[in-house]
Design a protein around this ligand. Structure first.
Ligand code: FAD
Length: 384
């Protein structure tokens, strides 16, 4: 289906900096259609945008852009544009490749964890000017600047990052993508001291980057974490550790924050998030707002491993929360729910063991249940 002329208006209040906040109005007019195969596709767009000065004056400043968007009322959704981003039947894939990457620009880098979080995680907004469209659940590749130490003269290898925004981006205009990046730091096991020469190349480049900096992007890639939208009443059970929450932030903004034409979510979204402590919680304001505004459609369970104990007195991990609700989860899966896993690879064995044990307690074979879930395309895993 192709939308012809579209005219939308959204009034969105975005808070900038720690204290200051201001209201911005965005009015979009969009007339053209989009094809993912004719790149750069945005050159065919005549996007006539009238904005207050906030975006243009603040996007490339050092101001912190807080990601909590206060909608005009708790029940109203934010208008998005260009809605031609809904048109293609298939997701965009590998529009830009390592040998021919896209030069995008950093809009903002914001530390999104508190002082007591172990490590640093940043929310990074990237301006692709509409040239690198993606769908929720896909990843971008980033090529950090510099030489690949293993291949002198060659660029660094691509690192993948799950996209943490919807296809419309954090400014709802289809021109940005956001990443949720944890800075990889190396501590010498003998001295316990940080060794900067062994810190992660790309995550440090991203977390240290400044508004306006150029960044080489590839992709988008990935199909396994796409949000199945053929059934608007589906159940989505989302399991994450740390930055694994990135694709779910995108899903949840699409389900609850954005006014996406012809897509009105009437199902259940249930997020299980495992992090170290309260200060490590990611996008908690956004998720708490959904709980307030859509208690019948959204559930949110947190596992804080360094603050909470599981029923055996050990650390509370995400699989302990899964176990707590295992009856409901198994029933939902039996009724066709989708289950997603995203985060560090190490999360999977504990979760699989828990699911296997619960299945056996219920007199079911986990192996055959798992193969059924895979066959039905209900099982989505992206761990790294
Ligand atoms: P690298 O430079 O690649 O180093 C890797 C690790 O080795 C680091 O921990 C580094 O400290 C350590 N190291 C370096 N040198 C040495 C040495 N000499 N001896 C011992 N150790 C050393 N990450 C996110 O933060 N957010 C995401 O949303 C995200 N999504 C992903 C999605 C997918 C599909 C995949 C595959 C990965 C994803 N990742 C994500 C991980 C990301 O791609 C990178 O792997 C991660 O950021 C580390 O890359 P880096 O360049 O910083 O570290």
């Amino acid at each position: 289906m192709s939308h012809s002329a579209v005219s939308q208006a959204a009034a969105v209040s975005v808070s900038i900096g720690n204290e200051a906040s201001l209201r911005r109005s965005v009015v979009f007019k969009q007339k053209n259609t989009i094809s993912f195969n004719s790149k750069p596709w945005s050159s065919s767009l005549a996007l006539n945008q009238r904005r207050t000065s906030i975006r243009d004056s603040k996007r490339y400043t050092n101001s912190t852009i807080r990601m909590s968007v206060q909608q005009t009322s708790s029940s109203s959704k934010v208008s998005v544009s260009p809605i031609e981003l809904e048109d293609p039947k298939d997701p965009p894939l590998n529009l830009y490749k390592p040998k021919e990457s896209y030069t995008a620009k950093i809009v903002s880098v914001e530390r999104v964890v508190g002082a007591n979080a172990p490590g640093e995680t940043c929310h990074i907004v990237i301006d692709h000017d509409g040239n690198l469209p993606y769908w929720e659940g896909q990843s971008y590749g980033v090529i950090p600047p510099g030489e690949n130490p293993k291949k002198p003269g060659a660029p660094h290898n691509v690192r993948l990052y799950s996209i943490a925004s919807t296809r419309y981006g954090d400014f709802f205009d289809g021109k940005t993508a956001s990443l949720c990046v944890r800075r990889a730091v190396y501590y010498d096991p003998e001295t316990g001291k940080e060794d900067p020469s062994k810190n992660g190349v790309c995550s440090n480049f991203l977390c240290d980057s400044k508004p306006g900096d150029k960044i080489q992007i590839t992709g988008p890639s990935g199909k396994v974490m796409l949000l199945p939208e053929n059934d608007p009443n589906a159940t989505h059970i989302m399991i994450a550790t740390g930055t694994g929450v990135a694709p779910y932030r995108g899903y949840l903004r699409r389900l609850f924050m954005e006014n996406v034409p012809n897509y009105n979510f009437g199902g259940l979204a249930w997020l299980f998030l495992g992090v170290a402590n309260t200060d490590s919680l990611l996008y908690d304001d956004e998720f708490s707002n959904y709980l307030k505004d859509h208690p019948e459609k959204f559930r949110f369970d947190k596992a804080l491993s360094r603050e909470e104990k599981n029923k055996k007195g050990g650390k509370m991990y995400v699989q302990d929360k899964i176990e707590e609700y295992s009856d409901e989860i198994f029933k939902l899966l039996d009724n066709g729910a989708h289950i997603y896993f995203c985060g560090l690879k190490g999360m999977m064995p504990g979760i699989q063991d828990t699911l296997k044990r619960v299945a056996e307690e219920r007199g079911e074979s986990w192996d055959s249940k798992l193969s059924q879930l895979r066959k039905n395309k209900q099982w989505h895993v992206e761990v790294y």
